[in-house]
Ligand binder design. Structure first.
Ligand SMILES: C[S@@+](CC[C@H](N)C(=O)[O-])C[C@H]1O[C@@H](n2cnc3c(N)ncnc32)[C@H](O)[C@@H]1O
Length: 222
């Protein structure tokens, strides 16, 4: 009973003017609850980096392309806070940071055709066969990227593991995206990209594009 009383008190508090907008994130639009225009306070091409780490690439891009909005998704909360602090210190008002699992964000919270470009650089490779299930870039994620990309939107990806890069390319193709070899991939500009290059390692990278006319895959088994 006491717990119920507390929760109805909480519900009454949620009606307090200002609380909903500032602290409570309410799913007003059902599952696809993240409205980029509302998040950034404007409509601009949206670029999303999954597993952004400390955000070297995203922060540099946001600074030189203020006409685009940049959403960083980073599972590690401490890194996400560091990245957010970096954006705040540089006064980049076109950056938002979500401390979350990229799979949930893409699968549940981003609306269809909202994204102009995805960047996926050096996702943890989990190289041992028994660890592979921990990889976040799966065929299901690729389907989610296809659903949320606008027509002609791009996916940039890179890995220092050829096998993982090939698996990402296969998953993107299976989700209905097509290779865009005319686009340069920026894998060498991220924190890990620079580190791997300095160690003399090869970077395997590529770009895929959402077709402008064909319908994209919306569901796929893992
Ligand atoms: C090897 S680092 C690469 C960081 C950055 N992209 C770069 O190239 O410098 C991989 C990052 O992905 C993050 N990560 C791992 N699983 C994730 C997931 N499911 N969703 C979002 N981020 C994830 C890790 O916390 C880590 O920061």
């Amino acid at each position: 009973m006491a717990r119920l009383r507390n929760s109805s008190r909480l519900r009454r508090k949620a009606a307090t003017p200002g609380l909903d907008e500032t602290v409570l994130v309410l799913g007003e639009q059902g599952y696809f609850a993240l409205d980029p225009a509302r998040l950034f306070g404007r409509r601009a091409p949206l670029e999303v980096e999954l597993g952004a780490g400390k955000g070297d690439f995203l922060l540099a891009q946001a600074a030189v392309r203020p006409e685009h909005d940049f959403l960083a998704v980073e599972l590690n909360e401490a890194l996400a806070r560091l990245l957010a602090l970096g954006a705040w210190r540089r006064r980049l008002d076109n950056v938002r940071v979500v401390p979350a699992d990229a799979r949930s964000l893409i699968g549940l919270f981003l609306p269809a055709q909202a994204v102009a470009a995805y960047h996926v650089y050096f996702p943890d490779p989990w190289p041992k066969r028994r660890q592979r299930k921990r990889r976040f870039f799966t065929p299901a994620l690729a389907s989610g990227l296809a659903r949320t990309l606008r027509a002609g939107g791009l996916v940039y990806y890179a890995s220092d593991w050829r096998e993982y890069a090939d698996a990402m390319a296969d998953a993107l193709a299976a989700a209905g995206l097509v290779p865009a070899p005319e686009q340069a991939c920026a894998g060498a500009q991220t924190g890990y990209g620079r580190k791997y290059l300095a160690e003399g390692r090869t970077l395997y990278q590529g770009v895929f594009r959402a077709p402008s006319d064909a319908p994209l895959a919306v569901a796929q088994r893992i």
